[in-house]
Design a protein around this ligand. Sequence first.
Ligand code: FDA
Length: 302
Amino acid sequence: MGLLDRAIVRALPAVPRPVVRRLSERYIAGPTLGDACRVVARLNEGGKAATIDVLGEEITNLEEATALLEEYESVFDAIDSERLDSNVSVKLTGLGLKLDRDACRDNLATLVRWAADERNFVRIDMEDSSTTSDTLAVYRELREQGLDNVGIVLQAYMRRTLDDISALADLRPNVRVCKGIYVEPPDVAYQGGEAVRFNFLEAVTALLDAGSYVAVATHDEWVIKEALELAEERGLGVDRYEFQMLLGVREDLGDELVREGHRLRIYVPYGRQWYEYSLRRLQENPKIAGYIALDTVKRVVP
Ligand code: FDA
């Protein structure tokens, strides 16, 4: 990222919300479940699976967690009635992790049971490092209750990730590996791009060797190429791994993977609480300065 882009990334929280909203439209299906279903149907037609995420990570009471849970029930109903190829992703803070850990676990168990009734699957997103241990503990508790249609996310930038993989090995977890997006201090997370890429591939290697199903979630062409080599070296079929990308990012690269016969799943967020997710996406857009400049010109010159 250039100097100007970096400066703009730092200033983004000061950008008016309507502008953030306009700039981030490509990353979000829309405010309603209907919007998400339309996007997923289009992706499915193009040979891509989806994972639907209901936006809503900043909650202040357990009623909001219940409301989010109920929205996910509607998501499963829609996936079933519209015959969509999609599972769901969920953030545990949205289900109450920071308010009442046991209530959060029970909410998640309800969600995973609904998914099981529909032969579907729940992916627990990973949030900032203050939630990592609790998220993994809740995941283990569910697996120990016999719930298997649930998976986790491990972040390659976290120094603890390889240890977490060893600690979870007895569960043979279904894991999405991503680089990690939250701002973390150097003693918690690798800061350099190369160290994160290296740890990403170490994590994928360890998981594949332990027999896990691995979802490689990245738009980094180099990481994708190396991950494909790891799968090929092991003679793994396409039922042992998938690639995952975010809505609105590197569609060309996704199309290429689908053409080559790999499974690809697109992360499709929707909902009215779009702001935090949008900021994170804009902050990692390498062309953010040009993007903002274009938006400004469009507003000045209609
Ligand atoms: P990198 O950031 O190096 O991007 C590679 C290239 O992709 C860029 O050079 C650019 O071309 C393109 N690109 C990336 N982001 C873009 C953007 N916003 N706009 C335009 N172009 C862009 N994180 C987390 O902490 N917890 C989680 O649970 C998840 N879940 C998750 C699910 C899925 C399906 C994906 C793909 C990602 C996540 N992430 C996540 C986010 C992840 O940690 C990471 O921040 C982003 O994927 C960006 O990292 P890349 O690996 O793509 O590499």
